[in-house]
Design a protein around this ligand. Structure first.
Ligand SMILES: Cc1ncc(COP(=O)(O)O)c(C=O)c1O
Ligand SMILES: N[C@@H](CCOP(=O)(O)O)C(=O)O
Length: 462
């Protein structure tokens, strides 16, 4: 399996090089040159299998010769062993034909652990074999950063720098990033929003002298391995509700578009997905775009679902690449227009997008009311991101087709919003009970590329 850039001008790479490279050198994102399919029998055989076995079947066709079958099975087993639920991604029923996919039983209590724990294993194996060291720089609105730090803390061949927007992540998220004591972990509080952090990260990748000098690697969903690992739970959950013999819809709380794009890949691989619903908070650029208003950057407004406070949605580029018939030149042109403020999606591409995705948004009041209502009616305590999903799913779901809403984080990561809506302050799991007693370590920096590069180089003593 080879990987190509969404902008068509970067070298074609293997899975291993794609994983270790991060952003393509033309500024684009890597995608598989073709999307493999699974037969109905192969999908049906997943019923009753362990999450790990489903993961192997779904991801194996994308890995090529990077790992042997045995190695890959071992990496998967090690990745999911720390999860706090035997099913890894259990489904609970909210209402007739509406199910919640709990993706928050990993070490840092968010869906990011599904991919990050596996990426951590794959990086270690690949770097150990090559005898190489890399510098991971990540941008986070809260959850990617904590998951990345957990996956890479203490490793010999990796330094990890995480840029998060100062004052715009929850206290639990911040402490997950600032309290690890390992010397290879560096939490950087940036004076800006998540879009600024992600833009500076992409600037670093596009500065080849810096990129090559520090051996830059990325673990945001820029990295194809992140998207790939998230495809698995679409299969495991759909099969447990009767796929491939019936259609299933999904609603996905969306910010950077990595998670829902993984759902699209599952569909292309043969899973009978009827609707993929993009659920946004008040930062609703994607919902506006799907409603035909073009893709135009606005100001990021802080919300009670802070991990989705994103306007420039990185993986939407991958969706556009597919919608424009895999025309890298067209995507490069759109991204140049985005840098100037935004663009209109052509009619043909809009139709292609609407064949696969629909959308909805939740205001702050609607999100809060959904947390209250879900507790009263189902006993489920939702995090605000999952509540955005449940609210939009309730508007979109059809009687005859099961709807699965992705619950992307544990309510204890956002205790203020949950307490305001329900009066209940959800406790952290026992293993994190002392999180608020641990000492914090962080560096505050301006939203300035030169300052960031200097800080990283000085920390690495380069
Ligand atoms: C809790 C939570 N929910 C939803 C999202 C949105 O996911 P994506 O960025 O893959 O669209 C994020 C951030 O990515 C998140 O941390
Ligand atoms: N919500 C994310 C934003 C980064 O998304 P990613 O999937 O590209 O890593 C976060 O929690 O950091």
């Amino acid at each position: 399996m080879q990987y190509v850039s969404t902008r068509g001008q970067a070298p074609v790479l293997t899975f291993e090089d794609t994983m270790l490279t991060g952003l393509a050198r033309d500024g684009g994102l890597y995608v598989p040159e073709h999307i493999p399919t699974l037969s109905t029998d192969e999908i049906a055989a997943m019923a009753g299998q362990s999450y790990e076995d489903v993961a192997y079947t779904v991801m194996r066709p994308f890995i090529g010769a990077t790992f042997t079958d045995t190695e890959f099975r071992e990496l998967i087993a090690a990745a999911y062993a720390p999860f706090g639920h035997a099913a890894r991604a259990p489904l609970v029923q909210l209402a007739p034909n509406h199910f919640l996919l709990e993706l928050f039983h990993g070490p840092t209590l968010a869906f990011k652990d599904f991919a990050m724990q596996l990426i951590g294993q794959m990086f270690q194996k690949a770097l150990g074999r090559k005898g190489e060291r890399v510098t991971i720089v990540g941008a986070t609105s809260g959850d990617t950063g904590s998951a990345a730090i957990e996956a890479f803390r203490g490793l010999d061949n990796v330094d990890v720098f995480i840029l998060y927007p100062h004052g715009r992540v929850s206290e639990v998220q911040r402490r997950q990033m600032t309290t690890p004591t390992e010397s290879n972990v560096h939490a950087l509080a940036i004076d800006g929003d998540f879009d600024d952090c992600q833009a500076r990260l992409k600037d670093m990748f596009n500065d080849f002298e810096f990129r090559d000098g520090v051996k830059l690697a990325g673990v945001n969903s820029i990295n194809w391995g992140r998207v790939l690992a998230q495809v698995v739970y679409y299969f495991s959950s759909a099969v447990s509700l009767g796929a491939p013999h019936r259609e299933i819809s999904f609603t996905v709380p969306t910010g950077n578009f990595g998670d829902i794009f993984a759902g699209y890949i599952a569909k292309r691989m043969g899973l009978p997905v009827r609707d993929l619903v993009i659920a946004t908070n008040q930062n609703d650029i994607l919902d506006r775009c799907m409603k035909g208003q073009g893709y135009r950057k606005g100001t990021v407004h802080a919300s009670i679902s802070p991990s989705m406070d994103i306007q420039v949605s990185s993986n939407f580029e991958r969706a556009l690449f597919e919608a424009y018939g895999r025309d890298g030149g067209a995507v490069a042109q759109l991204m140049a227009e985005l840098a100037e403020g935004g663009f209109d999606v052509s009619q043909g591409a809009m139709e292609a997008l609407r064949e696969n995705y629909s959308s909805g948004r939740a205001s702050e009041a609607e999100t809060s009311a959904t947390i209250t209502k879900a507790l009263a009616e189902t006993g489920e305590l939702l995090c605000p991101h999952s509540a955005v999903g449940v609210k939009v799913a309730d508007e979109r779901r059809e009687e005859a087709v099961p709807m699965i809403t992705l619950a992307t984080a544990h309510p204890a990561k956002f205790p203020d919003a949950v307490e305001a809506a329900t009066g209940i302050r959800p406790p952290l799991p026992a293993r994190m009970a002392d999180l608020f007693d641990r000492e914090e370590r962080l560096t505050r920096l301006p939203n300035d590329l030169a300052a960031l590069k200097t800080h990283i180089k000085e920390t690495l003593a380069l």
